[in-house]
Design a protein around this ligand. Structure first.
Ligand SMILES: [Zn+2]
Length: 270
């Protein structure tokens, strides 16, 4: 009889363990969501969906205005990309991995130039379609990659498509990150022409809000070489300062910790 009770008890305990591993601990709070900057007269330019081939171009352009940006990165090019980005370059690099040497080099250049890095899931997944474990996997792979490459353990995350639910916010919280959305969208990944995106920036400047948290996409040729220079020019002319999301929020830490970057080995694979 004793052995039976032990067996039943063990089974119950295991069931509890399994359930506990597949959902948030009871009472887990929701992550903080930042949709706007807080420090007056700041603009946080954010760049989603890299790394691709334009990161160095972006930071060179930002440097002309002494501007800092924030890059929300994925690990692997995502399947929707060729369809989502009509102007996406189809030169064979679309499906590159974040651990490719050129990507590592570009990410280190971004980080070393003082720009902020954040996560954007491994495969640009819609978090609301994922389980608890899948959300963690998607977030961890990016955090791990950026930790290996730069030594920085990220503290901010942008949910793809701006899509999230309470489960996602609990996972983000458990990972000690916050969610970053935006209050201005150049619509560059939603079919806007460069002229239309530039007009949106002009209209933004005309409204002259106290702060701007702007969404842009660094894999887009038109964004990098046409819209971004215009945005920097008109926003600079209006007197704004260009800072990271962390700084525009008044100094919310950009990273959980920083250490020396890692050295690439066979484990750095997508
Ligand atoms: Zn995205």
């Amino acid at each position: 009889m004793k052995s039976i009770f032990v067996t039943v008890g063990t089974a119950v305990a295991l069931a509890g363990f399994v359930i506990g591993q597949n959902g948030p601990p009871p009472g887990t709070p929701l992550a903080t969501i930042y949709s706007s900057c807080k420090v007056p007269n700041t603009v946080a330019l954010t760049f989603d969906d890299g790394p691709y081939i334009y990161e160095r171009d972006v930071i060179n352009t930002l440097a002309q205005y002494n501007a800092k940006g924030t890059f929300f990165l994925s690990v692997q090019r995502f399947p929707r990309c060729p369809f989502r980005y009509s102007s996406y370059d189809r030169n064979g690099n679309n499906w590159a991995c974040i651990y490719d040497d050129t990507r590592i080099s570009a990410i280190r250049a971004v980080y070393n130039a003082g720009h902020q890095l954040g996560g954007h899931t491994w495969t640009h997944a819609d978090l609301t379609t994922l389980t608890w474990d899948q959300i963690h996997d998607q977030m961890w792979r990016v955090a791990e990659a950026l930790l290996r490459i730069t030594g920085a353990y990220i503290a901010m995350f942008r949910p793809p498509y701006g899509s999230y639910n309470n489960l996602a916010l609990q996972a983000i919280k458990v990972r000690n990150q916050s969610a970053v959305l935006w209050d201005f969208d150049s619509l560059d990944s939603d079919g806007a022409t460069p002229a239309e995106s530039k007009t949106r920036y002009d209209q933004l400047v005309a409204r002259h809000p106290s702060t701007v948290l702007a969404l842009n996409h660094s894999p887009l040729n038109n964004t990098v070489f046409d819209v971004l220079p215009h945005a920097l020019s008109v926003l600079s002319g209006a007197g704004y300062r260009f800072v990271t999301v962390s700084d525009c929020l008044g100094g919310v830490p950009p990273y959980q910790f920083t250490q020396a970057p890692g050295v690439k080995d066979a484990s750095w694979t997508c």
